[in-house]
Design a protein around this ligand. Structure first.
Ligand SMILES: [Fe+2]
Length: 264
């Protein structure tokens, strides 16, 4: 956000339909096929359940109205078509209104494995299954409302809580570690690494700690925070998060667990 994107969102026609090209549909097909092989035993049950409800097409990019039917019936959320990059104000306004922004472009094959800009595969395949989950949906809604009223500096802190939950959160279940973060679930490499690698640290989520943990968006995460079940997100959403943000601002950030960007 705030910087230039090489991507431009595709515009829907007057009926809200986007005319995706064969190549764009083929990229979706290949991304979905690859990721479906990686998620069994790694994605959380809530995600798998959401994926079943969404019943995403595997051979073409879904239209947003198809996603909306399922979200509407489960948690009352919607997806909203947006340009590749939107201002923070707009981002929070949409979430506060239970609208999940989806930039309607899909990555090129040159960036098949990882891109920093969230494309439609990341938003729909990564996040929308969990948006059918009431706890996740409530937390995301609450985050949007808080962010809308927050100062720019408070938003930077808030963003870390979002990062370590919605984007890169793990569950520690009786059956083992499971993923609910959409940043992981839309990346085959990180799906494997987050669950099976012994490199990253994994710690129980303490919201104040997450607010104080720096992150980089262009590397595999050196630390993940775990919660026991998605229901924990109900509890976190009902904390006085802004009081925690102010506390985090006073205490300052933890030492990064990664090298500075220039040295990497
Ligand atoms: Fe995301």
């Amino acid at each position: 956000m705030g910087k230039q994107s090489q991507y431009v969102s595709r515009q829907p026609d007057e009926n809200g339909i986007i005319d995706w090209s064969d190549e764009e549909n083929a990229v979706w097909r290949d991304l979905v096929a690859r990721q479906l092989k990686h998620i069994p035993g790694k994605a959380c049950d809530e995600y798998i359940h959401g994926l079943e409800l969404l019943d995403l097409p595997q051979d073409r990019i879904p239209q947003l109205h198809e996603i909306n039917q399922v979200l509407e019936a489960t948690t009352g959320w919607q997806v909203a078509q947006v340009p590749a990059l939107i201002p923070f104000d707009e981002f929070f306004r949409l979430l506060a209104n239970k609208q999940f922004p989806v930039a309607t472009f899909i990555r090129t094959r040159e960036e098949f494995d990882y891109l920093q800009e969230p494309d439609i595969f990341h938003e729909i395949f990564g996040h929308c299954p969990l948006l059918t989950n009431p706890a996740f949906a409530h937390f995301t809604h609450q985050y949007g409302k808080l962010g809308l009223d927050a100062t720019p500096k408070e938003r930077v802190y808030l963003a870390r809580l979002y990062w370590f939950t919605v984007e890169f959160g793990l569950l520690k279940t009786a059956d083992g570690l499971r993923i609910y973060g959409g940043g992981i679930l839309s990346s085959p490499g990180e799906t494997e690494y987050a669950i099976n690698s012994d490199k990253p640290e994994r710690k129980p989520l303490v919201p104040l700690d997450a607010l104080r943990t720096p992150y980089r968006i262009d590397i595999m995460q050196p630390i993940y925070y775990t919660i026991e079940s998605t229901d924990k997100l109900f509890e976190i959403a009902d904390l006085d998060i802004m009081a925690l943000v102010r506390e985090a601002m006073e205490l300052g950030l933890f030492e990064p667990k990664f090298p500075p960007k220039d040295a990497a």
